[in-house]
Design a protein around this ligand. Structure first.
Ligand code: BGC
Length: 586
């Protein structure tokens, strides 16, 4: 198995020098007097230092009356000290003076409450801690403390080796050498089906598919009851190193289909920001979770829909036109990237469709450009994008072992076959690697990594071809040899014959950060007939096994399994089939 090419560290100025020695966290506690003034505060300022850099964690304790907004001020004692990248506050520095102003979601601090913020910094001369802080212009406890730090600095350097990555510095591949979080709710569902315990310990993503899912929805008919915080707490309990969330609630969601329409209308961008992204960022930014690598899969299908499913195209819809025209997707994704990407231990991967969607030149470049436009919208930069995911919740085969795109049959290119239909790719691995190169060429960082959702693209079982198809025509060759047994590569709903794909695995191939199970296998893609629900989910005929198709799937049968519940709901018959046809086999 070829190893992933070693890519350089994430492009930021901070670096741990070889000789760097971790200096133990010191703490300056600013004591407070008993008398309550209108504004009274205490600040805990702790740092982890290494040669040239440091991470500062700052807790503001409100010991006075409640405030609804705040700014914290302090002065660096040394002129070399710099704030480089902060989180959970808007940070700025003029000369040696630093100001941190609340974000929209953490402006209120009740009396006795606290807020934790932090930043990564640089220093060259020395790195002493500031000794005085102000909150809303009022000095915390009125003066420079005279009491010594509560924890005296150690006289000898600690024996623990310096971490390979300073806290707050993102690692190149968050999946590498890391244990993944197993969602106990999915695990229980998987184990409710005979034989499910063979795969139930695999990490799957947690879909935050509506506002109520942030805090958990005990009465939900289709999804789990645990909220974001409950999953993070459980991840700590499991001793997991990474946890995966799907951020999936854009205004006018799923604009080209009906099965996963959501709760927000096309003009609900303000609600998306304030009621959805901000609270998620507040939870993920909690210092309690700083040891976890939090991976966010950003908004499945959204940006590719703007490229291929708007006016003038066979799949064009009014909703896709609307969210393209009003900027809801681009600005929503940009906002999510900026907010979540600012957190030191959070990794964003944007959804980039799959080869059977954007593998044609007419879609390939324009989709890369569209992703770039969103990555720099709403104040975001490409640095908030750690990578991309392909094949999310789809069924495209990882590899087609018996077909190469360069093959021909009697001089006719296989690209001319009905199945390939002039696409430039036959499988997800070749597509993901090529698209990665394209994304770097349009301005994404050269160390981005790709993820491939292999939860349901196994295509094993008895129908799997064991060699190339007959050389009678390009169609016999391709249809006889392809492992992807769908009627058409545009089919996406509860596919009959599919199996579990590669188990989650870090750094399996060059340019690929991981094979992941983002769509939790066994959760439906959509109902096979109309089922009333309160989640905004519609009935899409692509989930109806009797449907004979439309322009987007070459007017083919849908290939969907019968008797499916609404998208996201547990579908045991599908899970049993996925295990049956797993490839590699279970
Ligand atoms: C649904 C979500 C669900 C997800 C994972 C999507 O198709 O719309 O509600 O959480 O699949 O199963």
């Amino acid at each position: 198995m070829s190893m992933r090419k070693r890519l350089s560290g994430h492009g930021r100025a901070l670096a741990l020098s070889g000789a760097g020695v971790l200096v133990a966290a010191g703490m300056v506690a600013i004591p407070v007097t008993a008398a309550q003034a209108a504004t009274q505060c205490g600040v805990d300022y702790t740092t982890n230092d290494w040669a040239g850099g440091f991470t500062a964690n700052v807790t503001i304790r409100n010991l006075g009356d409640a405030v609804s907004s705040w700014n914290l001020g302090f002065t660096f004692p040394d002129s070399s000290q710099r704030v480089q990248q902060g989180w959970s506050a808007k940070w700025s520095q003029t000369g040696q003076n630093v100001t941190a102003t609340n974000e929209s979601y953490n402006g209120s601090i009740g009396s006795g409450g606290s807020v934790s913020i932090g930043f990564n910094g640089a220093w060259s001369g020395s790195n002493p801690k500031p000794t005085s802080f102000t909150l809303n212009g009022v000095t915390c406890n009125g003066s420079t403390p005279t009491t010594p730090p509560t924890t005296p600095p150690p006289t000898t350097p600690p024996t623990t080796p310096p971490p390979t990555t300073p806290p707050g510095e993102k690692v190149d591949n968050p999946y590498l050498n890391a244990k993944g979080y197993v969602n106990p709710e999915w695990k229980a569902k998987a184990e409710s089906v005979a034989g499910g315990n063979r795969v139930s310990n695999n990490p799957t993503a947690v879909w935050v598919d509506r506002i109520a899912a942030i805090n958990g929805t005990p009465d939900s008919s289709s999804n789990g009851a645990m909220g974001v915080r409950a999953h993070l707490d459980e991840a700590l309990k499991q001793g997991a190193k990474y946890i995966q969330f799907v951020v999936y609630n854009l205004p006018g969601r799923d604009c080209s289909a009906l099965a996963s329409n959501g709760e927000l209308g096309p003009n609900d961008l303000p609600r998306y920001k304030a009621e959805y992204i901000d609270p998620i960022a507040a939870i993920q930014g909690d210092a309690k979770y700083a040891s976890l690598r939090i991976i966010n899969i950003i908004e499945i299908d959204s940006l590719p829909n703007l490229v291929t499913n708007t006016s003038g195209q066979p799949g064009g819809t009014v909703m896709c036109d609307t969210v393209k025209a009003n900027g809801a997707y681009v600005n929503g994704v940009g906002y999510a990237l900026a907010k979540l990407g600012a957190l030191g231990n959070v990794y964003n991967y944007i959804d980039a469709a799959h080869h059977g969607w954007i593998g044609w030149d007419s879609n390939f470049g324009p989709t890369a450009d569209q992703l770039k436009a969103a990555a720099v919208a709403s104040g975001s930069t490409v640095n908030n994008v750690h990578g991309f995911i392909v094949n999310t919740a789809n069924y495209s085969a990882l590899r087609e072992p018996y077909i190469k795109i360069t093959d021909n049959v009697n001089g006719t290119t296989v690209r001319q076959s009905k199945w390939i239909d002039w696409n430039f790719y036959v499988d997800e691995l070749s597509f993901a690697q090529a698209f990665r190169t394209k994304l770097v060429s349009v301005g994404f960082n050269s160390n981005i990594g790709m993820l491939i959702d292999t939860s349901r693209n196994g295509w094993g079982g008895t129908a799997r071809p064991t060699g190339p198809g007959a050389l009678t025509s390009v169609d016999t060759y391709v249809n006889g040899g392809r492992v992807d047994r769908r009627f058409h590569a545009g089919n996406w709903c509860n596919q009959s014959g599919a199996g579990l794909g590669e188990r989650p695995k870090a750094a399996p191939e060059s340019g690929i950060d991981a094979y992941v199970w983002v769509k939790p296998p066994g959760e439906s893609d959509g109902s096979s007939k109309e089922i009333p629900n309160n989640e905004g989910k519609g009935f899409d005929r692509m989930c109806d096994p009797t449907y004979t198709g439309n322009a987007r799937n070459g007017n083919s049968m849908s290939g969907a399994l019968p008797d499916a519940p609404i998208s996201g709901a547990w579908f045991s018959a599908q899970f049993a089939q996925l295990m049956q046809n797993a490839y590699p086999a279970l």
